[in-house]
Design a protein around this ligand. Structure first.
Ligand SMILES: Cc1cc2nc3c(=O)[nH]c(=O)nc-3n(C[C@H](O)[C@H](O)[C@H](O)COP(=O)(O)O)c2cc1C
Length: 344
């Protein structure tokens, strides 16, 4: 039904328009009595065997919606209707920003992929907190935070600290996003020295609170093993709760789409099927190197239940979807949970 009707219709429109249209449509749809219940009945796999306690949080199933989908926390309380147990809102920055000029999101249908250079368009932490305050559902919320484009690089940490403080009472866990390719120099925060400073600053605030929140780090699939070793060492040294692996890639290797179109699209992060193996390799490496001690949220190219099982086999504790959800719809969430159940 999704692929046959909904996707066909949505794919008639430019991707960002289709995304915003879906949000408005779903808000109206879910305001109709019983509709959400019907969706939950259709897509939510409700089974105690799927429950997982990871970094102190009780997840009702291991499948979540990845960052960037609900950037402004507009739809988070409806995400359980699609079968997700958790949603990562953001990336949130301290000040609102409009992001890069449009068009900035592109479909590569032949590759089951997307390229985006959104540039952290979001309404800013204060407005987003006002929305989160009204949380009604039991969905677990991750707060993915980053820096404003206008903030000088040497002041980046201040942005993370500001959003961390604002969001603290409204999210269940935090993700320090240091891996989006669309904010100039952001990925340099993955370097050992910069990352250590960032972790220390944010953990200092966390430790000053009565009850700490799990903090995770989201990394790029383009890091080499030496860079991954640095991240792993810092995660272990400063008791970081886990790693989200991975964000989008800058690479354009082995795409089916014509070079001419890829070149015309230009800069941006590639996501979906083509990044699956790249992301899985990162997960395997972290899992092996840390002796399985670091919880990993796997994200990147999960387009089927088999892909999800592969990520779990590689060492993931939880998984997240973005591009797969666009191409396959909510049935993918259900199929993944059913497939995981079969393995238990
Ligand atoms: C349009 C779009 C916007 C995104 N925005 C963010 C973001 O703001 N912050 C972030 O950490 N990741 C963002 N991502 C990356 C996703 O969270 C995810 O890491 C990536 O898409 C790989 O997963 P996938 O192959 O399932 O899409 C975005 C991805 C897309 C496609």
């Amino acid at each position: 039904m999704y692929k046959l009707i909904v996707r066909r219709f949505l794919f008639l429109f430019p991707p960002e328009f289709a995304h915003n249209f879906s949000f408005t449509f779903l808000k109206i749809l879910f305001s109709i009595p019983l509709v959400k219940l019907l969706f939950r009945k259709t897509y939510l796999v409700d089974n105690k065997k799927l429950h997982k306690n990871i970094f102190g949080l009780e997840f009702k199933n291991p499948v979540g919606l990845a960052a960037g989908f609900d950037k402004d926390a507009k739809l988070f309380h409806h995400c359980d209707a699609f079968g997700f147990s958790f949603v990562e809102i953001g990336t949130v920055t301290p000040k609102p920003q409009i992001g890069n000029p449009k068009p900035r999101l592109f479909r590569l249908k032949k590759d089951s992929a997307l390229i985006n250079r959104m540039g952290f368009n979001n309404e800013g932490v204060e407005k987003i907190c006002l929305r989160l305050r009204k949380k009604k559902s039991s969905v677990i919320i991750g707060g993915n935070i980053g820096k404003n484009k206008a903030t000088p690089f040497n002041k980046s940490i201040d942005d993370y600290k500001a959003s961390f403080n604002h969001l603290f009472d409204y999210v269940d866990y935090f993700v320090l996003n240091i891996s989006s390719p669309n904010t100039p120099k952001l990925r340099e925060l993955q370097g050992k020295k910069e990352l250590e400073k960032l972790i220390i600053s944010v953990q200092e605030i966390n430790l000053s609170k009565e009850k700490q929140k799990p903090i995770l780090i989201k990394i790029s699939p383009d890091l080499n093993n030496f860079q991954l070793d640095d991240v792993i060492n810092l995660v272990e040294k400063y008791n970081i709760s886990g790693i989200v692996a991975t964000n989008s890639t800058n690479s354009r290797n082995s795409l089916r789409e014509k070079n001419q179109r890829i070149n015309k699209i230009g800069n941006g992060g590639l996501t979906g099927k083509p990044i699956n193996t790249l992301s899985t390799n990162v997960i395997s490496y972290i899992h092996k190197k840390s002796g399985g001690k670091i919880p990993i949220i796997a994200v990147g190219g999960i387009m089927s239940a088999e892909d999800a099982l592969e990520k779990i086999k590689a060492g993931a504790s939880l998984i997240q979807l973005y591009t797969g959800f666009i191409y396959e719809g909510p049935i993918l969430v259900k199929n993944i949970n059913k497939a995981i159940l079969k393995t238990l």
